[in-house]
Design a binder for this molecule. Structure first.
Ligand code: ADP
Ligand code: MG
Length: 205
């Protein structure tokens, strides 16, 4: 099946000489949920940022399906605007696209509902728990209805139980919305002791 996005022979050397990725091949098919596993420093964030177009590879190419998919990015920290209620935060990408206020509000409210925050549209970040703030951050990433959702250790700052709940809810969202997700999970101690640990090479993860 044709991929939605693919890294082909991608290498990245930073200005200081650090080689972060070396000839990585990664094809992501529409509707897939791909996890990138590997020890800290192996280049997972670099690979995601290249997929998002936030960084350019030093070598190799990033190929998108025709019509370049809309991309949403969720970072480790929720990075919400403290002065704005949840709705304003979730609406940000729609505001940046110049979508009119009424429609943007409707779409942001729908995104908040999809992440389980119905009724919290007017709450400020300081009034929300860590898990809820992360939900707002996910709502913001999906408000523009991206085809591709990139998530870089999004639940790292949360306690284990909250993380589990958000993981489950994310999987539901992925199933319901036919999203394509590239996800970097938090490396837990349990995971790193297991026999199915990851490869240090995102290309094979
Ligand atoms: P991971 O997300 O798997 O922990 P990263 O992609 O953040 O790994 O980093 C891969 C390597 O690239 C590391 O050695 C890191 O120190 C280095 N690196 C990341 N970003 C930069 C940068 N902007 N400048 C220089 N080196 C960087
Ligand atoms: Mg990282």
């Amino acid at each position: 099946m044709a991929s939605l996005v693919a890294l082909k022979g991608v290498s990245k050397t930073f200005d200081n000489g650090t080689l972060a990725l070396e000839r990585v091949d990664l094809a992501v098919t529409k509707g897939e949920f791909v996890s990138l596993l590997g020890p800290s420093g192996c280049g997972k964030s670099t690979a995601l940022r290249i997929l998002a177009g936030l960084l350019t590879p030093s070598d190799g190419t990033v190929e998108f399906a025709p019509g370049k998919p809309e991309i949403g990015f969720v970072f480790q920290e929720p990075t919400l605007m403290p002065w704005g209620p949840a709705l304003t935060n979730a609406r940000l990408p729609l505001d940046l696209k110049g979508i009119n206020r009424g429609e943007a509000n409707d779409r942001a409210a729908r995104a908040l509902k999809r992440v389980g925050l119905d009724g919290f549209e007017k709450s400020f970040p300081r009034e929300l728990s860590g898990g809820m703030k992360m939900r707002v951050s996910i709502a913001r990433a999906i408000a523009a209805e991206p085809e591709l959702l990139l998530m870089d250790e999004p639940f790292a700052a949360l306690d284990e139980m909250t993380r589990q709940t958000l993981n489950d809810d994310l999987l539901k969202l992925w199933e319901e919305d036919a999203l394509t997700v590239v996800f970097v999970p938090v490396a837990s101690r349990k995971r790193s002791r297991s026999r199915r640990t990851a490869s240090a090479r995102p290309a094979t993860a």
